[in-house]
Design a protein around this ligand. Structure first.
Ligand code: NAD
Length: 316
């Protein structure tokens, strides 16, 4: 649920988000397609609770009409309370609270996947997965970023954190992390930049300023445009495709569909490391960016290939 200026921007956003969901599910080797629903709300106004309730029920009707081809879940702007309302109109909902028979908040699994991805990137660039004394900056200390920061602090990383919300400074103090202004985070010399706030932060203005060796984080749609992947490669920055890095939450809710087993989720989330290694190898072998290699892997899986998937081919 998000505020858009007009229906055209909402449509553009939902197409972009659903494309990323398709890639995410395919690369994580989940037997799911990819889709996203958007509930458009007016800019700058809070929906009165009655109208919010009606909007959620309308959305539930649409989901129900798709007969299980689309399964909805909590996302930006909605909460587990909203999912309870949606459940009044459709059974095709995942990510409910544990009390309601769901798997609860997916963020811990998303965060686990992000840290696993950071380690795989460090192995690629520095020859070791060890985070001790690696300098990292986590931008956005929300559900995912706060957990990533805690895991990295525990692993001995030299940690800096940034958030637009000054109240998050308390967590920086608790973790012994350096507090950085969000606008400074992009051009400071960290080993790893970990975007865990909103998308679109990497573009032709910010990429030339980057001083980091690696970008790997949870934020969806980090690249303003696909061509930014080429700019990152030209600057020698290893970018781990966001839809690979942040798949932990989707892996978690997907598990709800056939009997929930947290141990199986953890195993699959750990697989993000192998997926990334393969994407980086494929990218090197075809002389392409990790984005192209990841999209190629997704396309091969969507076309029906799984275990071996054949040789990677470059895409235009
Ligand atoms: P959240 O809303 O809990 O946290 C976002 C944090 O970013 C907040 O603390 C906010 O103050 C901060 N923030 C916002 N704008 C900022 C800016 N310009 N600079 C610095 N900080 C800023 O969100 P979340 O659930 O932690 O998700 C974070 C990102 O990860 C989102 O892009 C989300 O789509 C993506 N993601 C989340 C999950 C999940 O399991 N929650 C799964 C996949 C992807």
């Amino acid at each position: 649920m998000w505020a858009y200026d007009d229906a055209r921007s909402a449509m553009r956003d939902v197409m972009r988000l659903s494309r990323a969901m398709t890639f995410k599910a395919a690369v994580a080797d989940l037997q799911l397609g990819g889709g996203k629903g958007v509930i458009m709300v007016p800019v700058g106004r809070r929906l009165p609770s009655e109208r919010r309730y009606r909007a959620l029920l309308d959305f539930a009707d649409t989901v129900e009409a798709l007969g299980g081809h689309y399964i909805t879940a909590e996302d930006v702007g909605t909460s587990s309370r909203d999912m309870r309302v949606i459940m009044e109109g459709t059974r095709h909902v995942v990510g409910l609270s544990r009390a309601q028979g769901g798997s609860g908040d997916p963020s811990p699994f998303t965060a686990l996947g992000v840290v696993i991805a950071i380690r795989a990137c460090c192995e690629r660039v520095f020859g070791s997965t060890d985070l001790r004394d690696r300098s990292l900056c986590v931008v956005g200390l929300g559900h995912v970023g706060s957990r990533v920061a805690k895991l990295c602090a525990r692993a001995g990383a030299k940690l800096a954190v940034a958030d637009v919300d000054p109240a998050k400074r308390a967590l920086a103090d608790q973790l012994g992390a350096r507090w950085v202004a969000p606008e400074r985070a992009l051009d400071a010399p960290f080993d790893v930049l970990v975007p865990c706030a909103l998308g679109g932060i990497l573009d032709d203005e910010t990429v030339p300023r980057l001083q980091c060796a690696i970008v790997a984080g949870a934020a969806n749609n980090q690249l303003a445009d696909d061509v930014v992947a080429d700019l990152l490669a030209a600057r020698g920055v290893l970018w781990a495709p966001d839809f690979v890095v942040n798949a932990g939450g989707l892996i978690n809710v997907a598990e709800e569909l056939h009997g929930y087993d947290p141990a199986a989720v953890r195993r699959r989330v750990r697989g993000i490391a192998d997926t990334l290694r393969r994407i980086f190898d494929d990218a090197d072998s075809i002389g392409a960016t990790p984005l192209t290699a990841a999209m190629e892997l997704a396309r091969r899986r969507l076309a029906g290939g799984h275990a071996g998937d054949g040789a990677p081919t470059p895409s235009g």
